[in-house]
Write a protein of this length. Structure first.
Length: 223
């Protein structure tokens, strides 16, 4: 299975209806779920997860652009300490868990990527979203209106542009290229999360534009 993950595939696609629900958790809830050669970033003694809920459209590998697919992607993106690889700046995440409603995408993702994909149920009415799986759920409701937010959190989340994973004993990084990333702070009126016992909402963002982006092939780094 790891053989397919080693194929250097470059993807292009569009991000639509982007929502970023950011919450912190106790370090004990995540530390055993992360490979030992990846370091969890600490925020006042806690770990930070930037959950992305996004509709991916026109996704295609550059080597076969006629192959196109769409799906809704939800992911627990754990912020990690990678300043040693980024000239003193932290820009990285680790995909703790990822979800979609499409079982074919889950099967393909497990074969070809490090997303850690699983199936999930998603219900949505206006801006109210319920994501559920095996008795656990996340329920949130975000506003369309831009609201004052935590500037430090905004800067932290805006800087994220690369995902780390471990294949065998090697740490790999996948860089995300986009020309813009205009996240806007919004009010999250409802937040329930039973996937984590200690989840605490830190802030929410939306992107009100379609974002064209490149998901570059993963590269091994010297950890």
């Amino acid at each position: 299975m790891n053989l397919f993950k080693r194929i250097p595939i470059h993807y292009k696609g569009e991000l639509h209806d982007i929502r970023l629900i950011n919450f912190s958790v106790a370090m004990d809830e995540v530390k055993d779920q992360v490979p030992s050669n990846i370091k969890v970033r600490v925020f006042n003694g806690r770990a930070m997860i930037s959950m992305v809920d996004v509709k991916l459209k026109n996704m295609r590998p550059t080597i076969a652009p006629f192959i196109r697919f769409n799906y809704r992607h939800v992911a627990f993106r754990l912020l990690i300490e990678d300043s040693g690889y980024c000239d003193g700046m932290n820009k990285g995440i680790f995909f703790l868990r990822s979800f979609t409603t499409n079982p074919l995408i889950v099967a393909g993702g497990k074969l070809m990527t490090d997303y850690n994909l699983e199936t999930v149920q998603i219900e949505e009415t206006n801006d109210k979203v319920l994501i559920s799986q095996h008795g656990n759920h996340i329920r949130y409701c975000v506003d369309n209106a831009i609201a004052p937010g935590n500037q430090e959190l905004t800067n932290t989340i805006a800087a994220l542009d690369r995902a780390y994973s471990v294949l065998g004993e090697k740490v790999r990084v996948t860089q995300i290229q986009r020309k813009k990333w205009p996240i806007r702070s919004v009010i999250c009126a409802t937040f329930e999360n039973t996937f984590f016992k200690t989840a605490r909402l830190e802030g929410a963002f939306r992107v009100f534009e379609t974002i064209h982006y490149d998901w570059l092939p993963p590269k091994e780094i010297n950890a």
